[in-house]
Design a protein around this ligand. Structure first.
Ligand SMILES: Cc1cc2nc3c(=O)[nH]c(=O)nc-3n(C[C@H](O)[C@H](O)[C@H](O)COP(=O)(O)OP(=O)(O)OC[C@H]3O[C@@H](n4cnc5c(N)ncnc54)[C@H](O)[C@@H]3O)c2cc1C
Length: 304
């Protein structure tokens, strides 16, 4: 449980960090909260020669409104997301998701940038980032680029971030009129990671006419994904229990579910439907301006 030897660097500015990463290429790893990187290094699943600690860079932990978006600095911790009044009021899906991550220690150290860059298949944020159509801003010594969520997650622990780049900002849209959101998660009992997590964003009339719907899923396959078959079955329809149940049966369509000691592939597929349904119902009820108790027979049991 002791990492291989490495050289530690703690730049004070983003420019300094980018220069260090530019020099060391793929021999370097960025350290943010350390709650994923350090366990990987201790298990020797990662053995970087250089560790560039970005935690001392000032000004990367902001949450601010910019026109119709909220910009979140990559060093914002899960705890800061959970308690942000701005996010609670204008993008409540993200605080709801962050509050489900690990325990208080993890939420106090882990960062939104670290979690999204790490792309653990059982991490919570990726489902919501996809449902929100968020944007990731990455920077290298040669400039900045913005990557839409739909293109960002490539595979297990793999994103579009290239060696030498730092994820500096996550941009999420401000909630629209008639929008309801919800994150529902089946917790792995020891670590708290998602065996299955479903993030729903629904725009609907008070009468339940679904104008638009987005459903991000995590924990099911090797990377988070949008359940487009569910979305297609619901978009433009009038909501009913049977319509939602039938649509959510497709939550793992086209996905090869993971299997481990906690859940078989078949069980994960089944749970994907159950948690997708819970998330859609909860989001829909918020969109329709109703109390968030699920309608009869639609969402069995507790989620946590
Ligand atoms: C006991 C335990 C329970 C947990 N439970 C959950 C859970 O329930 N749900 C969940 O989602 N997560 C969970 N986590 C993971 C936690 O959320 C981590 O904090 C998060 O995954 C990584 O964030 P970090 O800031 O710690 O990143 P680090 O560990 O520092 O880095 C992770 C990876 O991302 C890279 N990286 C970090 N920041 C950047 C950046 N700005 N730009 C580019 N690359 C970057 C690093 O090089 C590294 O490869 C748990 C962790 C622990 C230890």
């Amino acid at each position: 449980m002791i990492p291989a030897e490495f050289e530690y660097q703690a730049p004070k500015t983003l420019d300094e960090a980018l220069r260090a990463l530019g020099r060391h290429g793929d021999e370097a790893k960025i350290l943010a909260g350390g709650h994923s990187l350090l366990p990987m290094m201790k298990l020797r699943l990662a053995s970087p020669r250089y560790v560039v600690d970005i935690g001392r860079i000032r000004g990367m932990d902001y949450i601010r409104e910019e026109r119709d978006k909220i910009a979140i600095g990559a060093l914002v911790t899960h705890a800061q997301v959970t308690t942000s009044e701005l996010l609670r009021a204008k993008c409540p899906l993200l605080p709801e998701t962050a509050s489900e991550i690990g325990d208080m220690q993890v939420r106090n150290r882990g960062t939104i940038g670290g979690s999204i860059a790490h792309a653990d298949p059982a991490a919570d944020y990726p489902a919501s980032i996809l449902a929100l159509d968020a944007e990731m801003v990455v920077q290298s010594s040669s400039g900045k680029r913005t990557i839409p969520a739909a293109d960002f997650f490539v595979d297990l622990l793999t994103t579009q971030i290239r060696p030498g780049e730092i994820l500096t900002e996550v941009r999420v849209p401000v909630k629209r009129a008639g929008e309801g959101t919800a994150y529902k998660k089946f917790h792995q009992p020891a670590s708290g990671f998602a065996i299955v997590g479903a993030a729903a964003r629904v725009i609907a009339s008070k009468a339940g006419q679904i104008e638009d719907v987005a459903l991000g899923m995590t924990g099911v396959g090797s990377k988070a994904y949008r359940a487009t078959a569910v979305e297609k079955s619901l978009r433009g329809k009038t909501a009913s229990e049977s319509l939602i149940a039938e649509a959510c049966g497709k939550a793992a369509q086209g996905i090869d579910p993971l299997a481990d000691i906690f859940a078989s592939a078949e069980y994960r597929r089944e749970m994907a439907s159950v948690f997708a349904r819970r998330a859609i119902i909860s989001a829909l009820e918020k969109a329709m301006g109703r109390a968030s108790s699920p309608s009869k027979g639609a969402a069995p049991g507790k989620t946590k």
